[in-house]
Design a protein. Structure first.
Length: 237
């Protein structure tokens, strides 16, 4: 795997007003990535130092595109060949990205065309469902409905809530996963689109990096095939 370099050019545009279900302010976040920098690494705008590195495989790269007052990152498009370009953005290991049994919210602005869906596309995650605990936002299946996942460190059952609406329609959508006590909820564009119960003591903690756009840059990586902006995590302390 190799590091990829990209350049970003800010574009001036109007900012949308805040709505219910929008993410918290940047200073309230544990990690936030607006993708408006100018280097091969991506700075955590929350100020907490969770810088992302860009990992690529078979020529995979991210590309800067205009979005709102700045830029977003376009990931490799859908590929059905035996060998495809892959890319992921990953933080270093950091204990403060583990919520334990505390409340957590995380999300992203996503743009995905109907023809770019697949069986599995990961937007943001930390950990793996089969080998460690996990929190994850994904967009899976031909219909492109986003879903939120939590996996406990001690009980491997997958807790998932899926949105009742698609986000694979070629339009920007703001998606938010939120665990509050015994509820796991998913919001799309500020509207609650799904809810499921979770154990009060569900515990997420692992020594793996935060990963955006895929779970890694290797061959079976659940590559996201659209465009992302404003990826964030907030853990209630």
């Amino acid at each position: 795997m190799s590091a990829a370099v990209f350049a970003l050019v800010p574009v001036v545009a109007a900012t949308a007003p805040a709505r219910a279900g929008d993410p918290p302010t940047v200073t309230e976040m544990t990690a936030h990535y607006g993708f408006n920098g100018r280097s091969g690494s991506i700075v955590d705008e929350s100020g907490n130092g969770h810088t992302l590195r860009i990992l690529s495989y078979q020529g995979g790269r991210v590309r800067a595109v205009a979005h709102g007052p700045g830029t977003a990152l376009a990931f490799p498009g859908k590929c059905t060949r035996q060998v495809c370009p892959h890319v992921a953005l990953q933080s270093g290991d950091s204990a403060d990205l583990n919520p334990g049994d505390r409340d957590i919210a995380f999300g992203a602005d996503v743009l995905l065309a109907p023809g770019q869906t697949s069986t599995g596309q990961n937007v943001v995650q930390k950990g793996y469902s089969n080998t460690s605990s996990q929190y994850k936002l994904q967009i899976d299946g031909t219909a492109g409905h986003p879903s939120c996942v939590l996996v406990d460190a001690y009980r491997p059952a997958i807790r998932m809530v899926r949105s009742s609406v698609t986000t694979a329609d070629g339009v920007w959508h703001r998606v938010r996963c939120q665990r509050t006590g015994t509820r796991l909820e998913i919001y799309v564009d500020g509207v609650l689109r799904g809810r499921t119960p979770v154990p009060a003591d569900l515990y997420v903690s692992n020594d793996l990096p935060l990963s955006i756009g895929a779970k890694g840059a290797y061959r079976d990586n659940d590559q996201f095939n659209g465009t992302l902006d404003n990826v964030w995590v907030r853990i209630t302390r």
